[in-house]
Design a protein around this ligand. Structure first.
Ligand SMILES: [Zn+2]
Length: 497
């Protein structure tokens, strides 16, 4: 049973889809006037993980994430650069797709509507609101009349109309009936990008976009609406008001919001200037590191972003990969399929499988799910140390498959162990050539990294015995260069990759 912390009810609730076996979800996407910063990357990664988890649990997911490709900031930028709003949108949608590909967002089947392709749907929604008396026209603008929805306005965000009015800079204006009313349609200024409408030339307000597009792709009632915490008010509050008043229905049943990103203990924000672009970070770190970092904390908690944290994520991934590399080798070469030595590990694996699902079922607790994987890795490492040359190959294979599936498919952290091991074999073969030692396996080295490593360690031992320290050091240093660390113990030499 999947449980979700619903922002609307402030409770942890059992997830019951509208249609059995199907999840319809809408996530607010970026306004495409700049490269995305890591604050935008957090919801992108988290909600992609939610989607992946539902699919892992055999749900069919309809996932919609929009692009806001017209608004004040975009018009400003286009004017400043002397290009069209569309030029700006095309450029930054391209950049968004390029950046998010690196953090492994599942594009397959994702619906990515652009606001400007849905102006007709937005005008239709606004017309319904005007006809039903929930909205009014004023000087070519159209506003939502919050007073008409006052019983329910604030249910999501907890905002009170009275307090909002008191806090407004201008109590009333000639244009709006009330300071809390928000724009559904804005009249166009001279030369501005605009569309024809019953209220003259203009463009839609931001909130109506998501109401119109979610209606089109998901219907008047759908399961999940997601976004960053900063969107709860006014954006999501207003979406609910518009959608419920125009089309009836529940709008979204479960509201999920992810927490902020902190830099040195302070909330990251554009206005403070303390933000990092995702592409800047991706110059130094692989996408899987960013992804793993984001998922290492619970999505509702703020996360501290720093190089230190990313380094920690990087070494955590390395630990997993090292263990998986060892598993990959040992499951075929060192451990036979018979016997009962793997039984204990099998029990651990079964419990890990159960606890992984429990963690993810509990409001998508990715931090805990990752913890489960690490406990399993600790156990499997112990097993590989102690039970070498014994049975248990089958269970090792099962552990490997489970970690790979959960990490890659569910958490989307793209580890590439198989590729790595192939590269390492190539590098080891190359190393043998460099130090002019004949390859014991000939040309056909296949998947025998461990054999090559052990052969080289043996060669080094012999070189030491013959007091050829130049060669023994060279072997050690060159192996370290390609990522194989040799450690001389009292009784034997061990290695890690
Ligand atoms: Zn939205």
């Amino acid at each position: 049973m999947i449980k979700i912390h619903n922002t609307l009810t402030k409770k942890l609730e059992e997830f019951i889809p509208i249609e059995p076996g199907k999840v319809k979800m809408y996530v607010c996407g970026p306004t495409v006037y700049n490269y995305i910063h890591i604050g935008n990357a957090r919801p992108a990664i988290f909600f992609d993980t939610v989607r992946r988890y539902f699919e892992y649990r055999d749900y069919k997911v309809i996932y919609v994430q929009n692009f806001t490709d017209v608004d004040d900031k975009m018009i400003e930028k286009a004017n400043a650069e002397g290009v069209t709003v569309k030029d700006i949108a095309d450029k930054y949608i391209g950049a968004y797709l390029e950046d998010t590909k690196k953090i492994n967002l599942k594009e397959e089947g994702m619906i990515r509507p652009k606001a400007t392709d849905h102006i007709k749907e937005m005008i239709k929604s606004i017309k319904i609101l005007v006809n039903k008396g929930y909205a009014y026209e004023s000087n070519g603008d159209v506003y939502f009349d919050v007073e008409k929805y006052k019983e329910h306005y604030g249910e999501l965000s907890g905002q009170k109309i009275k307090a909002l009015k008191a806090g407004a800079r201008v109590e009333t204006s000639d244009i709006k009936k009330s300071s809390v009313d928000f724009a559904l349609w804005k009249t166009a200024k001279e030369g501005e990008l605009s569309w024809e409408s019953p209220w003259g030339k203009g463009r839609p307000g931001w909130h109506i976009e998501c109401s119109a597009m979610s209606k089109k792709y998901l219907g008047a009632s759908f399961d999940i609406h997601g976004g960053g915490q900063d969107l709860i008010f006014p954006h999501h509050e207003n979406e609910i008001a518009q959608s419920k008043c125009s089309y009836g229905g529940d709008y979204a049943r479960y509201w999920i919001h992810n927490g902020y990103i902190n830099i040195k203990g302070e909330k990251m924000s554009k206005s403070k200037g303390n933000f990092f672009l995702l592409r800047e970070i991706l110059e130094d770190y692989e996408g899987k590191v960013v992804r793993f970092f984001m998922l290492s904390s619970h999505y509702r908690k703020p996360i501290d972003f720093s190089d230190k944290e990313l380094e920690m994520a990087k070494s955590a991934i390395k630990r997993i990969e090292n263990s998986m590399l060892a598993m990959l080798e040992k499951m075929d070469t060192k451990i036979s399929d018979e016997g009962s030595d793997g039984l204990e590990l099998k029990t651990v694996l079964e419990s890990s499988k159960r606890r992984f699902v429990e963690a993810m079922d509990d409001d998508f607790n990715t931090a805990q799910a990752i913890g489960v994987l690490f406990e399993l890795i600790k156990e499997v490492n112990k097993f590989m140390e102690q039970k070498l040359n014994n049975s248990g190959g089958k269970v090792l294979k099962d552990v490997y498959t489970f970690i790979k599936t959960t990490l890659i498919e569910v958490l989307g952290v793209e580890i590439v162990v198989e590729k790595q091991i192939k590269n390492l074999t190539i590098e080891l073969t190359e190393l043998l050539k460099q130090i002019e030692i004949e390859n014991p396996l000939g040309e056909n080295t296949g998947n025998s990294t461990v054999e090559l490593i052990e052969f080289l360690i043996e060669k080094r031992k012999m070189a030491k015995k013959e007091r050829n320290f130049a060669l023994s050091d060279e072997i050690r240093d060159k192996m370290a260069e390609i990522g194989v660390k040799i450690k001389d113990g009292r009784e034997k030499t061990t290695w890690t990759i």
